[in-house]
Design a binder for this molecule. Structure first.
Ligand SMILES: Nc1ncnc2c1ncn2[C@@H]1O[C@H](COP(=O)(O)OP(=O)(O)OP(=O)(O)O)[C@@H](O)[C@H]1O
Ligand SMILES: [Mg+2]
Length: 243
């Protein structure tokens, strides 16, 4: 569902931020991009979500490329990132309605979808409060609900549990597991090895713009010749991190 072929990205002439990344994410799979601060996770996620073009290489969503099929891709993807801030004066209900209209979701369906997703995340009592009054966790849950309003087959979540307490974090990871069983193709980025270990079927370790190791938790443990994923993560990280 998601295919990257030798993707490169340079923000400036003298530095390459993404240095030739290739991988595939399939239906019913959670793929994890695991890497430290500055590795290039957000850069890659934004390119997959078509917000930015690669300098070279190809990104396909369900076989489609953003050059020719941008609108079709937008209907197929749900994107979440911490980089976008919610308007402090707006409300969950208003934002939900805005995106429902954007995606042509009929009024009759809108109410059911909103009630279901707001109830799942405990948003309902806050639905008419302004964002400036809401907690980080509540805003993150609302962003997740809204990013999936059109039930996209492809889910692109940049650090979805960042800044969340353990209960809120569990609500989010449980939801992602449920979406995996429903056959969605999910890519998430994280710098926390335990999030990748718990959730991901396939993990790519991104360091300094390159994938230095990729596989299941067990494969990465075997590759590093250690006993736990925590040790594997640190060994691989130390072996490849230059600073
Ligand atoms: N718009 C930009 N212009 C120039 N350089 C940028 C730009 N955005 C990011 N970078 C640089 O690209 C590199 C990768 O940044 P990116 O935000 O993709 O990393 P990340 O893995 O998401 O890090 P974090 O864990 O801190 O979110 C960093 O060195 C960053 O400074
Ligand atoms: Mg980032």
């Amino acid at each position: 569902m998601i295919e990257l072929i030798d993707v490169h990205k340079s923000y400036t002439k003298d530095k390459e931020t993404i240095k030739g990344v290739s991988f595939e994410v399939h239906e019913g799979e959670i793929f994890g991009l695991l890497g430290p601060n500055g590795a290039g996770k957000t850069t890659l996620m934004q390119m997959i979500a078509t917000l930015m073009k690669p300098t070279s290489g190809q990104i396909l969503i369900d076989g489609l490329s953003a050059d020719k099929n941008l609108l079709d891709i937008h209907r197929k993807i749900g994107f979440l990132t911490n980089e976008i801030k919610l308007d402090p004066m707006s409300t969950p209900n208003a934002l939900f309605e805005f995106f429902a209209k954007l995606y042509d979701i009929p009024d009759s369906e809108l109410r059911d979808r909103r009630d279901e997703s707001f109830a799942r995340f405990g948003i309902s009592p806050f639905a008419d409060k302004r964002f400036k009054e809401l907690s980080t966790g509540m805003k993150q849950k609302i962003s997740i609900a809204i990013s999936l309003i059109h039930n996209p087959p492809v889910i692109i979540f940049d650090e979805p549990t960042n800044g969340l307490d353990i209960l809120t974090s569990k609500q989010v990871t449980d939801y992602l597991k449920e979406l995996r069983t429903k056959g969605h193709a999910i890519i998430l980025s994280t710098h926390i090895f335990s999030v990748a270990e718990e959730l991901c079927d396939n993990i790519a370790m991104l360091i300094d713009g390159s994938i230095v190791a990729q596989g299941t938790v067990d494969e990465l443990i075997a590759l590093a010749k250690v006993n736990t994923f925590e040790e594997a993560f640190f060994n691989i990280y130390v072996a490849h991190h230059k600073e």
